[in-house]
Design a protein around this ligand. Sequence first.
Ligand SMILES: *Cc1c(COP(=O)(O)O)cnc(C)c1O
Length: 464
Amino acid sequence: MTTIANHLPTSELQAIDAAHHMHPFTMGEELAQKGARVITGANGVWLKDSEGTDILDGMAGLWCVNIGYGRDELAEVAARQMRQLPYYNSFFQTTNVPALMLAKKLAELAPGDLNHVFFANGGSDANDTNIRMVRTYWAEKGEPDRQVIISRWNAYHGSTIGGTSLGGMKGMHSQGGLPIPGIEFIDQPHWYAEGGGMSPEEFGLERARQLEAKIEEIGPDKVAAFIGEPIQGAGGVIVPPSTYWPEIQRICKKYGILLIADEVICGFGRTGNWFGSETLGIQPDIMTVAKGLSSGYAPIGASIVSDEVANVLEKTEFNHGYTYSGHPVACAIALENLRIIEEEGIIDHVRNVAAPYLKQKWEALTDHPLVGEARIVGMMASIALTPDKASRAPFAADAGTVGYICRERCFANNVIMRHVGDRMIIAPPLTITCEEIDTLIERARKSLDECLEQIRSDGIYEAA
Ligand SMILES: *Cc1c(COP(=O)(O)O)cnc(C)c1O
């Protein structure tokens, strides 16, 4: 059998990595100099690196390891399925048992009449599916001019051509000549940074009504769909004001356009319900899911689609699909993951134990001199770093300078928090205990203290 060389010294592993491995969203040269941290194992909420250090994973990998690391059941299900049927496709009028059972399970869990599942390999390509699906839907309905999909600036919908185009990250659009035609953007409901003197509720309505204005500008007969994350994740865990989603839903209904909820982060317990749509009161026509669907134990994503959309699409051949759509091993792993979430009451644990406890500790961070606001829904949370709490001012230094320093302090203190600009974010495994939450908060505080000390001595503790 192939030996995976965990036994090499860290410096050798890092040298091989630097020579041959291109990392996503990374400055390659800088990483090559520093050397990547080599993760060699994990259990529960704890990662282990090649030096034997235990690191508290406050991000559940990339928001995906909802049930925590090290669950043998998933390894066993995977091995069993590989022996039984490692692969077959679902093209050409064939199916496999894990895929059809997972589709049934997702139809049961998803709200309303979302009863049909198209499988992908992750969230990005599920969103590519959605672009083609909604445009094909309207063409089949006899409205081929309905092509435009409206999204939000600073949304994240993945990194494929389609996912990047739907996302509203300008730094991503600028590489590769994106977005593709037919994607339009409105502003995000980010009250803290953009709300000025408005109340959050007024601001939520104002931002939602940009959708109506945009539809009128494009022409209502040209708009196919609106897409949004119930709570923006990669954009900085931005919790919309309570007025926002009801107004978005009203506008989608009024113009008869499809509503796509990108649940890739919010799904599978993250917000304290099965889906963020339930927490935020959204009834979508299509949901994108991935990440927590398998808790990251295998790559898989899906579009979960309403009866109406599926019924229309059924009348044509949808010329679309992936070699690994409905991969039997990934589907078997996802089924076992959902069984564990359900039978172990993990969402109840979030709602009744972990999220209330984390909320109290997280919101208390606002007593720290650097923290301007703390936001949390379920097990996703953010804090804004600021030099001036009263005015919510940004730093004079380039956005992300201070956030990066803070993240480096977290890294040194063996807790994984991510920075988005000058917001620090967490999304730990849903199985985290109260004791582990205490450790996470202790390390976060220590990192904030060290960050403050450093920016003072660097002379960048200064408002713009
Ligand atoms: C991560 C993410 C995606 C992309 O999923 P991949 O599995 O990385 O392709 C899409 N949408 C949202 C909201 C995400 O957070």
